[in-house]
Design a binder for this molecule. Structure first.
Ligand code: AN0
Ligand code: CP
Length: 324
């Protein structure tokens, strides 16, 4: 695995999931694999889980970690080519990324979409510019359209908690006060479409994801119907893809409640976090046995550690092909 920016970088998904679950049982079994290697974690946006779990995963593999909040701690970066840089961006990504590539062996990037220009966001300009100019493997820490480390975590968590061979997994849209990216649902749908699960996406009309992500998932427009017989309820808000970046609906009937959880097959409740209580999901669900959100967040470490191990092995093969 060279870069990890989407499911398409993963060759064998069941093997990645198994490897992560093994890693969880023996966290330090590969503690020398990253010796003398440095990862730079660059954050254009806030993070709690991604920042700490990726740092911990890298440390468990023996790597050195550098973290930077881009823009806040560093100069603001211009991403577009050929621009007259007479605004507030002091440095171009072509120099900044190339310099970061001098210090780091792997570069992780978090960069959310603008939610104002769909074509620009879906072109993944920031990821592409860093791939072009660092000359290093790039690890997505959530980009404009995807959050693959989250989705791998979600698959690991479903594997860990499932009680039936082919569980019914429901991704349900839920209300929110802010316009949020489509990254988490895009990625979740993409990974679930590659997993052995019965997958449904439930949302109000107008919140259809891009077809390349929703694939052949069943779509349900009723806030209750999809819950029937579900083994996993995965809640997430996202803004509209069609009317790009807009909030079209904030109907509280879409909030996850205990009443709706009663329709399920004693489902586990999942959310990538951070979650707004009593907006997305009511307290009673988060505070009940249904909720596995904390265990899910814990699994972020094993997803990151598995992916980083693969990336380090691929680097080692390039550097010393005669050893393999
Ligand atoms: C972000 C999002 O919806 O993509 C990050 C989630 C991991 N959420 C918020 O900004 C609240
Ligand atoms: N789930 C997730 O990526 O959380 P953070 O935004 O806190 O990293």
């Amino acid at each position: 695995m060279h870069h990890f920016t989407s499911i398409h970088d993963a060759y064998n998904i069941p093997q990645l999931v198994n490897e992560a679950l093994l890693m969880k049982r023996a966290p330090f079994s590969d503690c020398f694999i990253g010796k003398n290697k440095t990862i730079g974690l660059l954050f254009f946006n806030s993070s709690l889980r991604t920042r700490l779990s990726t740092q911990k995963a890298a440390q468990n593999l023996g790597m050195s970690v550098m973290v930077m909040n881009v823009g806040a701690d560093s100069w603001q970066l211009e991403m577009n080519e050929g621009v007259i840089m007479n605004g507030d961006k002091a440095e171009h990504v072509s120099e900044a990324a190339a310099v970061i590539g001098q210090y780091c062996d792997i570069v992780g990037i978090r960069s959310f979409p603008s939610l104002t220009n769909r074509d620009e966001d879906y072109s993944e300009l920031v990821l592409k510019q860093f791939m072009k100019y660092t000359g290093r493997p790039i690890l997505s820490l959530e980009s404009a359209t995807r959050h693959p480390l989250q989705s791998l975590t979600d698959l690991i968590t479903i594997q860990e908690f499932k009680k039936t061979e082919r569980p019914k997994v429901v991704l349900t849209w839920a209300p929110h006060v802010k316009a949020l990216p489509q990254c988490v649902p895009n990625s979740f749908a993409e990974w679930m479409n590659h997993a052995d699960v019965d997958f449904t996406i439930a949302h109000p009309k107008g919140y259809e994801l891009a077809p390349e992500f929703s694939g052949y998932a069943k779509i349900c427009y009723d806030p209750k119907e999809a819950f029937e017989g579900a083994d996993f309820i995965y809640a997430k808000n996202w803004s509209s893809y069609q009317e790009y970046g807009k909030i079209l609906n904030s109907d509280p009937a879409w909030m996850v409640t205990m009443e709706k959880m009663k329709l399920t097959n004693d489902a586990k409740f999942m959310h990538c976090l951070p979650v707004r209580r009593n907006v997305v999901v009511e307290d009673a669900v988060l505070d009940s046995e249904h909720s596995i959100v904390v265990q899910q967040a814990g699994n972020r470490v094993w997803a990151a550690q598995t992916v980083l191990k693969e990336m380090l092995l691929s680097l080692a093969k390039k550097e010393s092909p005669y050893l393999f």
